[in-house]
Design a protein around this ligand. Structure first.
Ligand SMILES: Cc1cc2nc3c(=O)[nH]c(=O)nc-3n(C[C@H](O)[C@H](O)[C@H](O)COP(=O)(O)O)c2cc1C
Length: 340
C-alpha cells in the first residue's frame, strides 16, 4: 500500500490534521494544540525544507549483493534504524478519540512486531499522559522508552515513583519542553535543566538516560558530562521556539564531537527512507519519526503503523541500492551532497 493511502485511513478520525501529501508544517502553521510548529511555524517548515536540500550521490557500479537494513542500537537489534517519536495528548492534538494509553499500546505492539522501538510522551495529567503510556510499555515486556518532561523536581519525583517496578528499556527527558507553550506559562511546571538538573534526574531514577532536544555542541557535551547514554538532536518538531535551525543542519557538527561516545539520534521532518539515509550519512545512529507515524496509527491502528514502517524499509533499501551501500554502516558523508 502506498503511504498516502495509509495516511488517508485517518480521514474522518482526526479533526486537526489535514493529511497533506507532504507533512511539512505549512497548512498547520502555529496550530498548538494541533500539529503545527510554534508561532509562525517556520521551525517545523525549515526542518522539512533543509532535509530536502540534501541529495543522494548515486553510484550503481557496485557488486550486486543483498542489502541489509538491520542494525544494533542500545544493544538491541533493529530491522531499520527508526524509533517512533513521543507524541502526547493525541486526543487534544489530533482531535481524535484515543487515550494516550490506547494510542501507545498500538504503537508499541507494531514496533515490537516490526523490530523497532518507540518512545512514549508526557503531559500535565500524570495519570493520562505518563502512567497510561508507561503501563502500555510494561504490558509489552518493557519494549519502549519512557519520556519525562523537564518538570520541576516535585514532578520528577512523582514520576520516578511510578517507574519503580515497571518494565521499560530506557528513560528520556525532552529538555526542550521547557519552551512548550502549554506547559511554560506563568504557573511554571517545567524548567530548563543545567548539569545539576540532569544529574538529579539520573540519580533519582537510576536509569539509562536519553536527552532529547539537543541543538548545539555545548549542550551535547553537557549531556555527555551528565553521563547520558544518548541524545536526540531535535527542536521538538518546531513546537518550542520559532525561527530555529533545523536539527539536520546542526547534526554533523554535533556528531563530529560526540560520535562513538554516546548514541546520536535525530528527528524533525523525516518522512521517507531517503531522509533516514541522509541523517545516517550526517552521523546519526538512528532517527525518530513523529507526526506520520502517529497519523498511520490513528488511521489503522497497529496495522497502519506496521505498513508505514514497511514502506520506510523499502525506501531505505532503494536509497542504499542506488548509492552502493549494502549495510547500514556503509552509509557515510560521501554518499550525500548538501545543496544551497
Ligand atoms: C502532537 C505532538 C505531541 C508531542 N509530544 C511530545 C512529548 O510528549 N514528548 C516529546 O519528547 N516530544 C513530543 N513531541 C515531539 C516529537 O517527539 C518529535 O520530536 C517531533 O514531532 C519530530 O518531528 P516530526 O513530527 O516532524 O517527525 C510531540 C510532537 C507533536 C507533533
Amino acid at each position: 500500500m502506498d503511504k498516502q493511502s495509509i495516511f488517508l485511513k485517518a480521514k474522518g478520525k482526526v479533526k486537526n490534521c489535514r493529511i497533506c501529501n507532504d507533512c511539512n508544517g505549512v497548512a498547520c502553521r502555529g496550530e498548538i494544540p494541533g500539529l503545527g510548529g510554534k508561532d509562525s511555524g517556520d521551525s517545523f517548515i525549515r526542518n522539512r525544507t533543509m532535509i530536502k536540500k540534501i541529495k543522494l550521490n548515486m553510484d550503481v557500479l557496485t557488486m550486486s549483493s543483498p542489502i541489509s537494513t538491520e542494525c544494533h542500537i542500545f544493544n538491541e537489534k533493529f530491522s531499520i534504524p527508526v524509533f517512533v517519536a513521543p507524541i502526547a495528548s493525541v486526543a487534544q492534538n489530533y482531535g481524535c478519540e484515543l487515550s494516550d494509553y490506547e494510542y501507545n499500546k498500538m504503537v508499541i505492539e507494531a514496533c515490537k512486531e516490526f523490530g523497532v522501538m518507540s518512545f512514549t510522551g508526557d503531559g500535565i495529567d500524570i495519570e493520562k499522559h505518563f502512567n497510561g503510556p508507561l503501563k502500555a510499555i510494561d504490558e509489552n515486556d518493557g519494549h519502549g522508552i519512557v519520556t519525562m518532561k523537564p518538570w520541576v523536581n516535585e514532578g520528577i519525583d512523582a514520576r520516578a515513583k511510578l517507574l519503580k517496578d515497571k518494565k521499560f528499556k530506557m528513560l528520556a527527558m525532552d529538555v526542550d519542553s521547557a519552551g512548550l507553550p502549554l506547559l511554560s506559562g506563568n504557573d511554571i511546571l517545567v524548567e530548563t535543566k543545567d548539569l545539576a538538573g540532569l544529574r538529579y534526574v539520573k540519580n533519582k531514577t537510576n536509569q539509562k538516560l536519553i536527552i532529547k532536544g539537543v541543538m548545539s555542541v555545548p549542550a551535547a557535551l553537557d549531556a555527555l558530562e551528565a553521563k547520558a547514554d544518548a541524545i536526540v538532536v531535535s527542536n521538538h518538531g518546531g513546537r518550542v521556539l520559532d525561527d530555529t535551525l533545523a536539527p539536520i543542519e546542526v547534526l554533523s557538527n554535533i556528531s563530529s564531537v560526540v560520535k562513538g561516545k554516546m548514541t546520536i539520534l535525530v528527528d524533525g521532518g523525516i518522512r521517507n527512507g531517503n531522509d533516514i539515509f541522509k541523517c545516517l550519512a550526517l552521523g546519526a545512529d538512528g532517527v525518530l519519526i513523529g507526526r506520520p507515524c502517529a497519523l498511520a496509527t490513528i488511521g489503522d491502528g497497529k496495522q497502519g503503523l506496521y505498513d508505514l514502517l514497511s514502506e520506510y524499509k523499502k525506501e531505505l533499501i532503494q536509497a542504499m541500492k542506488m548509492t552502493g551501500c549494502h549495510k547500514i554502516t556503509d552509509i557515510s558523508r560521501s554518499c550525500i551532497t548538501i545543496t544551497k
